[in-house]
Design a protein around this ligand. Structure first.
Ligand code: ZN
Length: 223
């Protein structure tokens, strides 16, 4: 049975008291859980946690002109940073940015997951799909920010986005290798074949970061 309770002055006050204080971010626990999952190499869990954070606060993915257009195939989750000096921004990114499973502290991170399946023993009908999420710092320069810092920041995020785009593009171009591997296998070996293809795709991220020194050779260094 459902009883309709009118919103009285008293319940309105209780409602106000249970709302988070201004500036407090209620999506933060999910964001932190996502970061912890990245560190453990649990990328599917990271994507799930970040999607929860986005559900609570859709502003996390609000399009941001300098960066959004780099990643039409993925979701960009921005973590907002504030400050007026390069040191401020560096400290914020150090506090809020991701740490990879290899222990490397980076300012941006691309996570992706794939799903595959087929009707029982009809591996010729196998399908695969992907989900890509890019974690990225977002600083909207206040009016009194120096032009020099703004220019340095613009250069940085361009280089950082270029680096992350390398991770994203590889997956978009190659995720179908999983379905190719499944179709070359048989009903009993298909799952193993898919897992092997997935491992190969994952190894690209490690190789690409080694070759580019996590983007440093592409100019992604700040300040
Ligand atoms: Zn990278």
């Amino acid at each position: 049975m459902c009883e309709i309770v009118p919103v009285t002055k008293r319940t309105a006050i209780i409602l106000l008291m249970t709302l988070p204080a201004q500036g407090q971010q209620i999506e933060q626990p999910w964001y932190n859980k996502g970061l912890a999952s990245i560190k453990q190499g649990k990328f599917n869990e990271a994507i799930r946690a970040f999607n929860e954070a986005i559900r609570i606060n859709p502003q996390l993915t609000a399009p941001w002109l300098p960066v959004t257009h780099y990643f039409p195939e993925g979701t960009v989750l921005y973590y907002d940073i504030v400050g007026l000096t390069a040191e401020d921004l560096r400290a914020q990114m150090d506090a809020l940015g991701p740490i990879g499973p290899d222990g490397y502290k980076s300012d941006a991170f691309t996570i992706w997951s794939t799903k595959w399946g087929w009707p029982p023993c009809q591996i010729d009908k196998a399908t695969v799909s992907y989900e890509i999420m890019v974690l990225f710092p977002r600083w909207k320069p206040p009016r009194d920010a120096s032009a020099q810092l703004v220019a340095k920041w613009d250069d940085y995020i361009r280089a950082l986005a270029t680096h992350e785009k390398g991770h994203v593009d590889y997956i978009v171009k190659n995720y179908r290798l999983i379905v190719d591997a499944i179709k070359k296998a048989d009903c009993y070996t298909a799952e193993l074949a898919a897992q092997a293809a997935l491992s190969l795709l994952r190894s690209h991220d490690v190789e690409y970061d080694a070759i580019t020194n996590h983007g440093a050779t592409q100019g992604a260094r700040f300040p």
